[in-house]
Ligand binder design. Structure first.
Ligand code: SAM
Length: 244
């Protein structure tokens, strides 16, 4: 995990031996399960360390800066990763931020079983792995408006994604979306939806992932108002007919 350790130091993060061990085990399980089920196109050691682990951790300094005291690593923040897939970005953040109370949500059973295996093998506490659709859980009292931090990477275009994510955030809570090239165009499309759903953009920043020369942007939204009750819409509408 040398690349990970080097990249983390560029992000101002020092990993303990135990944390490095957790990342190593996570990588081993990812590579093993990826032979049987399609979890990710990237499962080589260098790719996983840079394009998955470091990519996900690059959001942490921004989260800390924007959330200020609330995101101090000692305080327990409630977070949900929507469409977590193989655990990104939620699990790398949880490993370096052990106090995080995390829900990993995904619609696919196979991925949920993988996530359960990783959570148990890494002995992570305060992580709930949930199989379900964002459009449905976003209307459940146990999830709607309950989270300080709502995150997603590679789940949908922004105008669809914000309809999945903003309902989960509490007022004054944050949504963080990890995006690649093309994000500027998506951002323009999504501005109206962000406003309608109660969000206010606090940052849309290009970020440099350590040891990776690829374009990345992170969108950080603060929830200022309640999301109108009809959102998220069902029947696939957030994808088929995004808010315009
Ligand atoms: N976030 C991970 C990452 O960055 O590697 C996984 C990305 S994968 C391309 C998208 C994941 O989102 C899939 O695992 C899929 O099952 C899940 N997903 C897509 N739409 C969803 C929805 N509406 N509710 C829950 N999960 C969803």
């Amino acid at each position: 995990m040398d690349l990970l350790v080097r990249g983390c130091s560029q992000l101002g993060l020092t990993l303990s031996e135990a944390q490095v061990g957790q990342f190593r085990l996570y990588f081993d399980l990812l590579a093993e399960w990826n032979q049987k089920i399609n979890l990710t196109a990237i499962d080589d050691a260098a790719g996983v360390q840079t394009k998955h682990f470091l990519d996900c951790l690059t959001g942490l300094p921004l989260i800390r800066e924007e959330m200020g005291k609330a995101a101090r690593l000692s305080r327990s923040v409630r977070a949900i990763d929507v469409g977590a897939g193989a655990g990104f970005p939620g699990l790398p953040l949880k490993i370096v931020w052990p106090e995080l109370k995390l829900v990993l949500l995904d619609g696919t059973g196979k991925k949920v079983r993988f996530l359960q295996e990783v959570v148990s093998a890494l002995k992570l506490s305060q992580v709930d792995v949930v199989q379900g659709r964002a459009e449905e859980l976003g209307h459940s009292d146990a999830y709607r408006g309950q989270f300080d931090l709502v995150m997603a990477r590679a789940v949908a275009r922004l105008n669809t994604l914000v309809e999945y994510l903003l309902p989960f955030a509490r007022q004054e809570g944050y949504v963080i979306a990890y995006k690649g090239p093309g994000a500027a165009e998506e951002f323009v499309e999504a501005r109206k939806a962000i406003d309608l759903l109660g969000g206010e953009v606090v940052r849309f920043a290009p970020v440099e992932v350590p040891l990776l020369e690829e374009e990345r942007r992170i969108l950080l939204i603060k929830k200022q108002r309640r999301t109108p009750p009809q959102y998220p819409r069902g029947q696939g509408l957030p994808r088929k007919q995004p808010i315009v």
